[in-house]
Design a protein around this ligand. Sequence first.
Ligand code: ADP
Ligand code: ZN
Length: 642
Amino acid sequence: MSAAEILKTYFGYDSFRNGQEEIVQSILSGKDALAIMPTGAGKSICYQVPALMLPGITIVVSPLISLMQDQVKALNEAGVHAAFINSSLTETQIAKAMRFAAEGRYKIIYVAPERLETAGFMQFAQNGNISMVTVDEAHCISQWGQDFRPSYLKIVAFIDSLADRPIVSAFTATATREVKTDIECILKLQNPRVVVTGFDRENLYYSVEHIAGKHKDDFVLDYIQKHADESGIVYCATRKNVDNLYEKLLQSGVSVTRYHAGIDNETRKKNQDDFIYDRVQIVIATNAFGMGIDKSNVRYVLHYNMPQSMENYYQEAGRAGRDGENAQCILLFSAQDVMINKFLLEKKEFEGMAPDDIELVKQRDVHRLQVMEGYCKATTCLRNYILEYFGEKAAAPCDNCGNCHREYYEQDMTSDAKWVINCIAETRGRYGLNIVTGTLLGANRARLKEIGANTYKSYGALEQRSETDIRLLIDQMVAEGYIVQTSGEYSVLQMGDIRRLKEEGAHVIVRKAQEREETGNRTKKKKTDSLTGAGFDLFERLRQLRQVIAKEEAMPPYIIFSDKTLIDMCARVPENQEEMLAVSGVGENKYQKYGERFLQAIAAFLSENPNAVFSTQIDEEVVPTPTAKKGHSSISSAVPRM
Ligand code: ADP
Ligand code: ZN
């Protein structure tokens, strides 16, 4: 079979994506390869397809147990004989796997780097026919990256120990020059074919929302309710934030779990599985969550706080939309986030590092934080901001991010700022945001009378402003140091350093945003939006069937079929085997296992809804086939989902 035939037969895809074929062909010609592609670009296919065509076995070195298990499950589902050998197996299981491996039963074997050193594995490798060693997450070999793993250094000795040097291929999503050079040198790649695809993830929509602390919860709850039935991750800066938000959402009846380093291992594992297996829809987590999460149907990633660097942000946000379906990455920013992060950086410990190095790392941290803050305050295309930071040339504004859909203007609020200062003086720094805002607005609240705020000079001084405006202003003043917002449960507003404000020519400028009117029509639609109401009902029906099968097979639902595959099914409405095999992501093996049941579900739906029209367009990643007769022409009653 040719590479294209393997891609279709096993994985159900009609064509290679950008960069994939180049890597596959170069490996097949016997050359080493290094591929740098963003998350979700489809790196696995690049080594799995040639692995099936090379005469011997491919060993894939991977850092994370959960990742290996996922990959092996997915391969077995596709009808590929694969196994993993790592510390999650018992000695007996390992012995059995090694025996099978020696008998040549597997084409692909995933191992943790530590395994390479063991006598048993060495013996197997030296006697077996190893065609290729693939290093996944190859940046782990570099000390420059954030995920350095000393055990990765052992890979080289392992390769050297083999009598016939196999092809070596390495994959990563980290694009910095230092990391790339490290991978090439340390792994001793021989004249490798290097393929770097664009860093852009077109299916991700980015936006930054400026929201003061307290209102973030409301935003999150509202967002989640508007995206019912969708899977999402909410990242928070601290464990405490995670716990607070988790409790709130739970009380509001949201299907939610949580994850952070303060939760015991067993519960953490269970919570993670609940999310992966779609038993709960949402996980609230610190940045401890996500390494090794392959879940492809994450439809949004919200950041409750600003992360410490663009590197972190891009990695975390990148967990959305791995299936290529549209997804949203929204960062909730408040001026306080900058404070929190500065504080966290000051607290950071540098064990066993030379003072000079510490100074260097600190400078770099500060710089990274500034770049991150720049993203939050950017008024131009957010996608371009990201791409430029990662070293790509900016293109035209993307028209698919918050800033491209917004107009910014600045407002001079200096005289209002002085009233805020007066108010804080009058409260003598004893009260929080709500009281101060309420006082300035002249709100008629019992609590304000109780504390005598209605007798302040500042009471009602800004009554013509909106609450949002005042909060934005206070946020800005906190950022500029005129006001200090204490942390803790009873956060109060106190006087900061107001000397500068008294100087002549001092200005407090607040940046405001206005949604562009035509935005509604231009927002990039999700593929489900191409489905009509009936199409969406069918999608729900197929999702339920997938959930049932996932339970039977004890398998994450997205490994049975991705969301993207189900959506394509709804667009094509296959009625027989041939039509089903034309659906993107339906390979021979999966057809044998599940095809009939999905065909039946579709047939049942069709007989209940004989005249239904399902879709307005067909996935452009799939070459239309003559049998795709139900790609009905323009109907604009798509269900708006974003
Ligand atoms: P990465 O490892 O680069 O983050 P994956 O290998 O997990 O990405 O692939 C992401 C998703 O894209 C998977 O659901 C995969 O099946 C799908 N995919 C990969 N290659 C193709 C292709 N040529 N056509 C359609 N879908 C693809
Ligand atoms: Zn943009």
